[in-house]
Design a protein around this ligand. Sequence first.
Ligand code: UDX
Length: 440
Amino acid sequence: MPYRLTVIGTGYLGATHAACMAELGFEVLALDVDAAKIKRLQAGELPIHEPGLEEVLRRNLASGRLRFTTSYQEIAEFGDVHFVCVGTPQKKGEYAADVSYLDAVVESLAPYLTRECLVVGKSTVPVGTAQRLAGKLIRLAPAGPQVELAWNPEFLREGFAVQDTLKPDRIVLGVAGIPGEKAEKILREVYEPLGDIPIVVTDYATSELVKTAANAFLATKISFINAMAEVCEASHADVKQLSLALSFDERIGGKFLNAGLGFGGGCLPKDIRAFMARAGELGADQALTFLREVDAINMRRRARMVDLAREVAGGSLYGCTVCVLGAAFKPNSDDIRDSPALDVAVTIGRQGGRVTIYDPVALDNARQAHPELAYGTSAMDAARGANVVLLLTEWPEFVALDPETLGSVVSTRNMVDGRNALDPQSWRAAGWTYRALGRP
Ligand code: UDX
């Protein structure tokens, strides 16, 4: 392989990128400032739940192609291409994204860059960040303009991280005008082993916007169908059938058209907020006011879920025994960042409900964040004696639950399906009161 790669930041994105680039045959050195995390990764232990990733990690550690470090000097000496994969979380009490981790990376790495190399940003950033960081990089690096910056946003989904990295829908490369030719050539070579993937080469600003626009579109699509769910609730229509009928129109398509508890996670909610904040700074806030509504519709679904639980419980949640199935923001993930399921569980707990939660992989994370709630050892365990069962994350094992078996342990057969994941007929046939968001 012509280049040696480094990856800076080993969260969901960085750990996946490092392991997958090694899988393609590159020598990869990955860095994180968290020494404990690096120790675990070097031992082949993944700090997150991501199907298939641990195997890729271990295989490439064993082959010697993948290594981990905490030393910026080491990665600067090792790498020809440095991928920056650090987080850009929402600022506390504000909509804007906090890009300070990116600045810290540039400040730590640049002083060691004494030869020609390429730095590639993969993080989701407010438009304009790449241009600013490029200037800073050249100013701080001893190699000066021999150090180039490119922006290469990442579109991977949690739960499908390996698959999305090795077979992305498209590759977007943001480069700096004419000097960007070298960056484009290098990145085309790096991604060549992926095969025939569409590549869009553009300027920094457009590449940054592709990512935020994609997430804004996905969030809007989910909130659109959830807005329809509100209308369905008011008119006794069925949003599930509405969504199915819409999906046959190829211009609309069925993906991201599942009505339910709405979106959460570490990306969509904070990305649409950061996008609005940045548009405001640029004087283009009017263009994105609709995202305020997208966000509001999304948050209203959580409130509606609590109301529905209260209704089913007979008018009050106080003292009611509530089983919550799901804590992760979506199935196949242990991520509880901005999880709609946990949000609902916490609210019901505050209203006096006796909540017991079960999730196949996110329990430890949930327990750490909310020690005040109770946790079960299985779905059946969490449902014991429940007056109401809430399905809030559509894990396959919950969808496969047998209404009779679950019914044998609950106190009252009340099911509220927050993800429209169950078959109402079979639950009703087993004597359950079945309610769902957006359905009669
Ligand atoms: C998202 C983007 O999909 C990805 O491209 C980007 O890189 C990061 O953000 P992710 O956060 O992993 O990925 O999850 P995603 O699968 O997009 O789901 C986001 C949320 O939307 C979840 O809470 C999910 O439950 C919800 N969702 C999704 C719906 O409520 N309805 C749908 O139809 C689809």
